[in-house]
Design a protein around this ligand. Structure first.
Ligand code: ITT
Length: 195
């Protein structure tokens, strides 16, 4: 039993418990057990989420030598020429949702997208393998906090829903989210591996 389990466990290197919980729920549907690994991941500055995720995966793997995924996400607002994109974390920490809404004041075009890149690396691979997910939607006029969510969830409403991500429960968010889409691609690929 423990031997079998050993072969099936992967680790998600992240310091964000919300990201981890979303991932755990998606991966459990595929019978993949995931542990949270709080290693210090190297996040390079780059305009490419894929490059950031790849570099973080290599760095995380060097530290733990375990099968590991990292995930890098960004939000791209059309009217702001894709800002904040990969700099989402810094922008969230500095101006937050209220600050972004100020930048969007009187802006009619509310189109935005979340993108996610999941990078997986294990000893069987020479280089990380990446999986992408995207969700299109719009930035709301005001902050709409629900009971859950994090980051920009209270101001992002995916197309096809009346709720913001923050107003959804985990399973609802996972139906739409960039992260869940990337993780499902990863899970399908991983299930095909003889681990
Ligand atoms: P790591 O430790 O995994 O790097 P992080 O919080 O820094 O966690 P990211 O770099 O992937 O995660 O994301 C940057 C920021 O973008 C994140 O802190 C949030 O503010 C925002 N963000 C990412 N995914 C989001 C989501 O699903 N919903 C809302 N905001 C999100």
């Amino acid at each position: 039993m423990s031997f079998q389990l050993k072969g099936k466990v992967i680790f998600f290197a992240t310091n964000n418990i919300n990201k981890f919980n979303e991932a755990r729920r998606v991966l459990s549907r595929y019978g993949i057990a995931v542990g949270m690994l709080k290693v210090k991941t190297l996040e390079i500055q780059s305009e490419s989420l894929e490059e950031i995720a790849r570099t973080s995966a290599i760095h995380a793997f060097q530290q733990c030598r375990l099968p590991v995924i990292v995930e890098d996400a960004g939000v791209f607002i059309e009217a702001l020429n894709g800002f904040p994109g990969p700099y989402a974390s810094f922008v969230y920490k500095t101006i937050g949702n209220e600050g972004l809404l100020k930048l969007m004041k009187k802006v009619a075009n509310r189109k935005a997208r979340f993108q996610s890149v999941v990078a997986y690396l294990s000893e069987e691979l020479d280089m990380p393998i990446c999986f992408k997910g995207e969700v299109l939607g719009e930035i709301t006029e005001e902050v709409r906090k629900g009971r859950s969510g994090f980051g920009f969830d209270p101001i992002f409403k995916p197309y096809g829903s009346e709720k913001t991500f923050a107003e959804m429960n985990l399973d609802e968010k996972n139906k739409y989210s960039h992260r869940a889409k990337a993780l499902r691609k990863f899970a399908k690929w991983y299930k095909g591996l003889k681990v």
